[in-house]
Design a protein around this ligand. Structure first.
Ligand code: NDP
Length: 284
């Protein structure tokens, strides 16, 4: 089971850290960079995020901004060991050799010696088992400090029991009050897998819901902050994305209030199976 503890930061802010099954600590919330344009936009967004207090950044090979994230990390002068950096093996790079080769390219793009978390981005029908073997090898070589999957349903996780020597430590999936995925969360929790919540703001498509406004006025919080708190209080690690400094700060300022059990129950009822990304349940 993931455990939660609070860590003080220099600025006096708080940050949550979640233990992965191998003991590695994952700072929460993490910072999303999907659709942050490669170059100055992604670079500047990550610098602002680190300044705001985030210590966890979530690039991927397909986002084409690993180099910008790596540069921002270096330029921030925050020690590498204080940061949690992920990347994800894209679909075209799956299979044992291709995954290993593409991982080396990611290391060199980001100009880092290791990633903290390496994920399979999407389950690929014919190559996902071999890709997992590659992740196990890279983990054993110390080139990534934890390994996991993304967009895996309970069925894909169960199938791994047949071929994995190392259990995934993380499953990164779409998760928000509008896409609760309770069953998958329970499965992950029962297997000691931390669920990372992507598109935790439903890509800003539901921020005008009246319940978010109502709870927002109760806590003097924005709709985005309510959604981020809901994910965290579910035991998930949200990865909100923004390229605007004010929003980046706002999305990290989520430690000064807690939703009550009643508030959480009301938010649970917003679930309508709303997805901004593809539904992976159709992947054999
Ligand atoms: P989010 O749910 O984080 O929403 C991002 C959108 O919300 C952007 O349009 C952003 O605009 C806007 N926004 C952010 N903060 C606020 C705010 N406080 N008020 C109003 N609008 C706001 O969507 P993502 O899909 O980007 O998901 C987050 C991260 O999860 C990704 O960046 C990526 O790291 C990961 N992800 C992983 C996937 C996977 O397959 N593993 C798939 C999708 C995402 P602006 O930038 O202009 O502020």
């Amino acid at each position: 089971m993931p455990s939660f503890d609070m860590m003080s930061q220099q600025e006096g802010e708080s940050m949550e850290k979640i233990d992965l099954s191998n003991g590695l600590e994952m700072p929460s919330p993490g910072f999303g960079v999907f659709q942050s344009k490669p170059g100055q936009e992604a670079y500047q967004a990550v610098l602002w995020a680190l300044e705001a207090g985030y210590r966890h950044v979530d690039p991927a090979q397909i986002y084409a901004n690993e180099a910008d994230v790596g540069k921002a990390i270096r330029d921030s002068s925050i020690p590498r060991e204080s940061l949690f950096l992920t990347t994800k093996i894209w679909n075209a790079n799956q299979g044992f050799e291709a995954a290993c080769d593409s991982f080396e390219k990611s290391l060199s793009q980001a100009a880092v010696d290791y990633f903290d978390l390496l994920l399979i981005h999407w389950p690929q029908t014919h190559t996902r088992a071999d890709t997992w073997k590659a992740l196990e090898k890279l983990y054993e070589q110390g080139k990534c400090r934890s390994i996991g999957v993304s967009n895996y349903t309970s069925k894909h996780l169960q199938e791994m029991e047949g071929y994995a020597s190392i259990k995934p430590m993380v499953n990164q999936v779409e998760f928000s009050p509008f896409l609760y995925q309770k069953e998958l969360l329970d499965t992950c929790r029962s297997q000691g897998i931390v669920l990372e919540a992507y598109s935790p703001l439903a890509q800003a498509q539901k921020l005008s819901h009246p319940l978010l406004a109502e709870l927002g006025s109760k806590f003097e919080a924005s709709p985005a902050q309510i959604m981020i708190r809901w994910s965290m209080q579910k035991g998930a690690v949200p990865l909100p994305k923004s390229v605007k400094q004010g929003r980046i700060q706002e999305n990290f300022d989520v430690f000064r209030f807690s939703l009550s059990a009643d508030d959480m129950n009301l938010l649970d009822k917003l679930d309508e199976g709303f997805r901004t990304c593809w539904d992976p349940s159709s992947t054999e």
